[in-house]
Design a protein around this ligand. Structure first.
Ligand code: EPZ
Length: 462
């Protein structure tokens, strides 16, 4: 493996998003048309859980099409902390989990990346014990993990929480989990993934009912099956796993990121620009495409994995309710809200998945939007124009919404707290610059020139 070895950082506190992103801001000169083609990166929410899934295998694993994101770097550090050898070489991760150690992932890391909780299932399945700090909440909600814990207990694990750490272990001589029938009160993506991974090495059959059906769950199942796991029904609401004693090495490509793709489709719509994207799996975007078509855009699938958006001259308002897949994805709610601020008419957006995922409303209203919130419902009254303003990003998808609003607004928008954006979008501003957008990343406090830079300025990103 000639890649860059990733070893546990001695001082993990510096593992937040790239420190410089705290002091940088994104300046966007709005109302520039976009054109051309954008490459979609591997799916963040697949890469993170598949990296955890690699703990199930005691041989070499190779993951391809892995996006270069702060969250992926954090997950790599968490794996390294429990003894995994992991090297990154461009978009390829070489992982070897043959020598796991009895260690606890550091809280400083886990508190920054909720997805690190995904390691509990594979560690329990491999070692018969696991100690993982509770991930805690984040900007969009409390993010409890009781569905994960109850499911692991159903599989025969003793679980108790002590001083903010989840201690789980399997009793009995062979320390092996036992298959069980599990019903999830809510089709939680993370709980489905945790339990599916744990069940791959359990004794006997596990049935997960009311399972999450997101494409990333199916991608994880395909990854595990490629290692020799016996899984049926992933992508439906009932998943059946027959435990096997061991899983073997694999070379696996991650699916394209449907949320990044959806974000660029909205970028085309909000700037009234025709752009194309690839690779893309159209079936993963059915709800998003249906909404864009309802609003008046045309979506053309040019080949199995190339999609083009031809926006309408104007966009009509539409209502959105976020739901578990295949319903409208909560991860696209903020981006659509930005688009709907400029549509004709009133739109009602209901966020049913997370309890605090409307924090982008205040910032969009600073840009001239007309949005009122009552509980988990936002009423968006379309306005003719947005105006550029200094705004603060509050979470990952809210950051994307502010970028999209900035692309459409009159004048300059300055977005701070870029650490959120860098967690989930690979070089978003470079990709937008290549499409003709005028934006640049500068040090906080630098005055924005009134005019857009003549040539697209290279992003501050390395
Ligand atoms: C995954 O989070 C994604 N993250 C999220 O993407 C995505 O928004 C979410 O699924 C829903 O699609 C990753 O895959 C890394 P859930 P996850 O468990 O697994 C509640 C992004 O922007 N719940 O389906 O945490 C929970 O509080 C991120 O890329 C419990 O109550 O989502 C939430 O309200 C954000 N108890 C709802 O279920 C539990 O034990 C959905 O959560 C687990 C979840």
């Amino acid at each position: 493996m000639e890649g860059k070895p990733i070893t546990p950082a001695p001082n993990t506190s510096n593992l937040s998003a790239s420190p410089e992103s705290d002091q940088q801001v994104l300046q966007i000169w709005g109302r520039e048309p976009l054109k051309g083609h954008v490459k979609i990166s591997g799916a963040k929410n697949s890469a993170l859980v598949v990296m955890a899934g690699a703990l199930l295998c005691s041989d070499d694993c190779r993951l391809r099409n892995v996006p270069s994101l702060v969250d992926v770097a954090l997950m790599a550090q968490i794996l390294a902390a429990v003894g995994v050898k992991i090297e990154q070489n461009a978009d390829v991760l070489e992982i070897n989990a043959s020598q796991l150690i009895d260690a606890q992932a550091p809280y400083e890391l886990v508190s920054q990346l909720r997805a690190s909780f995904f390691i509990i299932g594979p560690l329990l399945a491999r070692l018969g014990f696991a100690k993982v700090p509770l991930p805690g909440g984040c900007a969009i909600g409390a993010r409890p993990v009781e569905l994960h814990v109850r499911g692991l207990q159903a599989l025969g694990a003793e679980v108790h929480i002590d001083h903010g750490t989840v201690h789980a272990y399997v009793k009995g001589p062979n320390k092996r989990l036992k298959g069980a029938k599990i019903y999830l009160d809510y089709p939680s993506v993370g709980a489905t993934e945790t339990l599916m991974m744990a069940a791959t090495l359990a004794e006997g059959e596990t049935v997960i009912e009311n399972a999450a059906q997101e494409p990333e769950v199916a991608d994880l199942a395909n990854f595990c099956r490629a290692m020799g796991a016996k899984i049926q029904g992933a992508g439906t609401n009932t998943i059946v796993i027959s435990g096997v004693p061991k899983l073997h090495s694999v070379d696996y490509p991650i699916i394209p990121d449907r949320i990044e793709a959806g974000t660029f489709l909205v970028a085309g719509a909000i700037t009234h620009s025709e752009i194309s994207l690839s690779p893309i799996i159209p079936d993963h975007l059915t709800a998003v495409i249906a909404k864009l078509q309802t609003m008046g855009a045309k979506i053309i699938v040019e080949s199995p994995d190339i999609m083009r958006i031809v926006p309408g001259r104007t966009h009509s308002a539409t209502d959105i309710e976020t739901l578990p897949y295949p319903g409208f994805p909560t991860d696209m709610q903020a981006q659509f809200m930005a688009l709907l601020t400029l549509s004709e008419g009133d739109s009602i957006i209901k966020e049913t998945v997370f309890e605090n995922r409307l924090r982008h409303v205040a910032e969009l209203n600073r840009m001239g939007a007309d949005i009122r919130v009552k509980g988990n419902v936002a009423v968006v009254r379309g306005v003719a124009r947005l105006s550029g303003a200094p705004v603060i990003a509050t979470d990952l998808r809210a950051s994307a919404a502010l970028v999209l609003a900035g692309l459409a607004a009159d004048g300059v928008t300055t977005i701070s707290s870029l650490q959120h954006l860098d967690r989930g979008y690979e070089q978003l501003e470079v990709k937008l610059q290549k499409l003709g957008a005028k934006l640049q990343r500068v040090k906080e406090g630098e005055p924005a020139n009134a005019e857009a830079p003549v040539e697209p300025v290279r992003s501050g990103l390395k």
